[in-house]
Design a protein around this ligand. Structure first.
Ligand code: DQA
Length: 148
């Protein structure tokens, strides 16, 4: 099974960006761990990052028929982007939303996710581990759907 991990704006700065909130690991470090874990689970994991909303929308649209699942950290677009929500719904690829921080324990404007309802689930607050947990959840959901 093929999984695409999509990371949104400013996540390219992980490690340097507010390390007290997001930790000291770089995005490359976290994505290397996700790929390693995916390989051990028999999954093919690819990763993509962009700071631009339109580029993310286009990439999600291209997933239709090419990937079995998506893990997405829409970052700040979580709280603002109807376009990303619509792209997730349109591509019809099961998607899990991920956040490093617990968005519900932070500023009020982060409590609302426009994208989460378009996803099969959301994981928030476990740092880099959020991506691993999303991988486990997504793989298990995809396996059960295959058996049906
Ligand atoms: C984030 C949470 C968002 O509110 C924020 O804008 C981010 C990162 C997270 O992973 O915790 O850029 O998605």
């Amino acid at each position: 099974m093929k999984i695409l991990v999509i990371n949104g704006p400013n996540l390219n700065l992980l490690g340097k960006r507010e390390p007290d909130v997001y930790g000291s690991k770089s995005l490359d470090d976290i994505m290397a761990e996700v790929k390693k874990r995916g390989k051990a689970m028999g999954l093919r994991v690819e990763c993509f990052q962009s700071n631009e909303e339109g580029v993310l929308v286009t990439r999600i649209g291209e997933c239709m028929g090419k990937y079995d699942g998506i893990i997405i950290n829409p970052a700040a677009y979580t709280h603002t982007s109807v376009a990303l929500r619509d792209a997730i719904l349109a591509c019809r690829v099961p998607c899990v939303e991920v956040h490093l921080s617990n968005i519900y324990s932070r500023e009020e404007f982060r409590h609302k996710s426009l994208t989460a309802a378009a996803c099969i689930g959301q994981i928030s607050g476990f740092g880099g581990m959020s991506y691993m947990l999303a991988l486990e959840g997504l793989a298990s959901t995809l396996q059960s759907a295959k058996k049906k």
